[in-house]
Design a protein around this ligand. Structure first.
Ligand code: HGY
Ligand code: MN
Ligand code: MN
Length: 405
């Protein structure tokens, strides 16, 4: 009896568990253990297990021909105190599909290759979709290896450390272009649950710009610097944050978030001299995303002038809104109709590795509902029946794609 996706998720869900949720950041002990577990699952299924030099892990099942693979997957890393389903569901679900094919001796036309993309969250090293972006050539490995995490360690040091690449897995240096790519993921939003529909055909993935913002004011004694002459870096940042929030609301159909912030010297009785923060700005509409970008720079200039502080804004990540492949979406809708499974077209506000892979081959995604739309939190949940149904639908979709390609 093949292991259920819920059981695989339960096993994965114990790796990196903390009080408030799961933390499996790239090249840390728990994330290394999660990759090692996937490698073990792959070997148990007599699949070829290989990795590349940024830490992407591939579990490959041979097909009748050696044509370009049908690739599918997601990520094993998590945000800080994250949930047990974001990313993990697409990987565990992919393993369940491979296990089902093996259990029934199904021979596919082409190889089926499950990918666990390294560092999708960008939660330790600040570039999102890190592994898949290197895989498609959007980012260069050598440049990414110089990235520095919040703990001061470079990506190279972490990768070459005890929790880097898996010691017993061969390294693959070629980046074969798949024939097509499919990703199974939780919705991370409330749309499917509110509509009472168990499956989502993802129409497009939101574009995302990420910025670092440095606000330079003047540190001083909290008790003696009079209010009118202060150049308080935190007050300037707070004003910028509120103006950014209003701008996003005004533009509409976009989101802007400051989720990471560091105050220097971060002392109760010192007026902050320096604040660094990061802005995460998104929209599925490129025009709105561009307007948000314009407003960010304009607001920074306005606040800097009014408060006589220096504000430097640097965009370090730019991912365009990504419409997903019409052909693969058509096959998915036909498959769901053939199995009398209800579905809804739904855009993705979250970004995914699929947006990178879509630049080298047709790519599409299938969603299952998130309870209360909660994600990137420890109480992220999806009902077991929805998880199982998603894997069944995903398997049928992959086999239909394999026949159609
Ligand atoms: O941030 C995101 O949208 C994704 O979960 N990394
Ligand atoms: Mn994800
Ligand atoms: Mn995520």
């Amino acid at each position: 009896m093949p292991i259920s996706v819920c059981d695989r998720l339960a096993e994965l869900g114990e790796i990196g568990r903390g009080e408030r949720g799961l933390t499996r950041q790239l090249f840390t002990e728990p994330e290394h253990r999660a990759r090692a577990l996937l490698a073990r699952w792959g070997r148990e299924l007599n699949c070829e297990v290989v990795q590349d030099r940024i830490g992407n892990l591939f579990v490959r099942r041979a097909g009748r021909s050696n044509a370009p693979a049908l690739q599918f997957g997601s990520h094993l890393d998590t945000v800080l105190d994250g949930g047990a389903y974001d990313g993990a569901y697409g990987v565990a679900g992919g393993v369940s599909v491979l296990a089902e094919l093996a259990a029934h001796g199904v021979e596919t036309q082409r190889p089926f290759e499950l990918a666990a993309w390294a560092g999708e969250e960008g939660s330790r090293f600040p570039v999102g979709c890190l592994g898949s972006a290197v895989y498609v050539g959007w980012e260069h490995l050598d440049e990414m290896l110089e990235l520095r995490g919040d703990d001061g360690m470079t990506l190279a040091q972490a990768r070459n450390g005890p929790y880097g690449l898996l010691p017993d897995v061969p390294i693959r240096d070629d980046f074969p272009r798949p024939a097509a790519y499919a990703e199974l993921h939780i919705e991370q939003g409330p749309v499917l649950e509110r509509a009472g529909v168990p499956l989502g055909v993802v129409t497009a993935i939101a574009g995302m710009h990420r910025y670092t913002v440095r606000v330079n004011g003047e540190a001083g004694h909290a008790g003696t610097v009079p209010m009118p002459v202060r150049r308080d870096a935190f007050s300037a940042t707070a004003e910028l944050a509120l103006m950014l929030e209003s701008a996003a609301r005004e533009i509409g159909d976009c989101v802007a978030t400051i989720g990471w912030l560091a105050i220097t010297p971060n002392q109760t009785n010192i007026v902050p001299g320096l604040v660094e923060c990061r802005i995460d700005a998104r929209s599925t509409d490129p025009v709105r995303l561009k307007e948000l970008d314009r407003r960010i720079h304009a607001l920074a200039k306005e606040v800097a002038g009014r408060r006589s502080v220096r504000i430097d804004v640097h965009r370090f990540e730019e991912r365009a809104p990504t419409p997903l492949d019409e052909g693969l979406k058509g096959i998915l809708r036909e498959t769901l109709d053939a199995h009398s499974l209800a579905y809804l077209d739904v855009p993705s506000g979250a970004v995914h590795d699929a947006m990178c892979i879509a630049s080298i081959c047709p790519a599409a995604m299938l969603f299952v509902p998130s309870i209360a739309g909660a994600s990137h939190v420890g109480h992220e949940r999806t009902a077991p029946a929805d998880l199982e149904r998603g894997v069944d639908a995903f398997k049928a979709w992959l086999l239909a794609i394999d026949r159609a390609l």
